[in-house]
Design a protein around this ligand. Structure first.
Ligand SMILES: C[S@@+](CC[C@H](N)C(=O)[O-])C[C@H]1O[C@@H](n2cnc3c(N)ncnc32)[C@H](O)[C@@H]1O
Length: 296
């Protein structure tokens, strides 16, 4: 199936503003929205909406309408990815590797950037979200390191880990690179599960990470592998709120939850949904208009 990316080129602040506006309109339709830096020297960023299937002139027009006020004269551009396009590899082209805490997420072309103390995650080409360039992924990487290093019972306190909505597998790989924990990585999208499996192998974490296709908690893999000491879920605010009772049920006593895919404006609603399940807020990280929340 082909995929389309509708995007505008702007600066960092503009990309953040476009991200908020596009999320307000298109989040409910489940369309992935992302910002990324495309030219560090010139300070250029792109804000993009991704959609599957045939190009939709109507969608392009709605995006243009949404952005017309704050971005007068800035055209909405269209890029088409066909089945053979390595779009993650493409999104990594020309981009510097991303640092988040001790992690360095990079493509094969940037192996030389890895420093001796980095926890390097090399992502193979694939059709799944999670290159580290999105604020939610970077926020989760940073939070995973904080939570896993600070646990009073050490890594035993977070083992096993669940990465719900694994995409490229980047967060499960990050958890595995921090130490000897076992991780269940699930995604609703079988293509993502396939890509994650390949990335897990490529990063030599296959003994620690098992990738499974599942919608929410609808799989016996959860009861077989859980309860979990750490649940990481970078999805979107509404599905996360709906899944709050399931997340709580699958959490081990004293366990931690890291949530992302949440706009700053949605933070209180998400916290309320998880407070109702008896969980309390520990810390929030902000990145490019997105928040990453740690609860216990
Ligand atoms: C924003 S991406 C996050 C990918 C990666 N974990 C990261 O942090 O970069 C969200 C992922 O969640 C998956 N997803 C969405 N709804 C889901 C659900 N109900 N159950 C499992 N996975 C879901 C999507 O297919 C997508 O791969």
């Amino acid at each position: 199936m082909s995929q389309h990316r509708y995007y505008i080129v702007t600066d960092e602040a503009g990309a953040g503003r476009a991200l908020d506006l596009l999320n307000d309109i298109f989040e409910d339709e489940g369309l992935p929205i992302a910002t990324m830096e495309v030219d560090e020297a010139r300070g250029l960023w792109e804000a993009s909406v991704y959609a599957d299937g045939a190009a939709e002139p109507e969608l392009k027009a709605r995006i243009a309408d949404t952005l017309a006020g704050p971005f007068p004269g800035v055209p909405v551009q269209l890029e088409v990815f066909d089945d053979d396009t390595d779009w993650i590899a493409k999104s990594l082209e020309g981009l510097k590797p991303v640092r988040a805490g001790r992690f360095l997420v990079h493509g094969a072309h940037d192996r030389a950037a890895v420093r001796p103390n980095d926890l390097a995650i090399e992502l193979e080409a694939g059709q799944a979200f999670g290159t580290g360039h999105h604020g939610t992924t970077a926020g989760c990487l940073e939070m995973i390191e904080k939570v896993m290093r600070a646990h009073p019972r050490g890594l035993r306190g977070v083992d096993p880990v669940l990465d719900l909505g694994t995409g490229s597998g980047v967060l499960a790989i990050a958890a595995a690179k921090l130490g000897p924990v076992w991780c269940l990585a699930t995604d609703i999208d079988p293509i993502a599960t396939r890509v994650a499996t390949a990335n897990v192998r490529h990063n030599r974490c296959a003994a620690q990470v098992n990738c499974v296709t599942a919608t929410g908690f609808h799989s016996t893999a959860f009861s077989r592998s859980g309860p979990f000491g750490l649940i990481i879920a970078n999805i979107l605010a509404r599905p996360l709120m709906r899944m709050a009772p399931d997340i709580r049920r699958n959490l081990a006593p004293g366990g931690s939850v890291i949530l992302s895919g949440i706009l700053a404006s949605q933070r209180w609603q998400v916290l309320a949904a998880f407070n109702t399940q008896g969980m309390r807020h520990v810390e929030t990280l902000w990145r490019n208009g997105w928040v990453t929340i740690h609860l216990k």
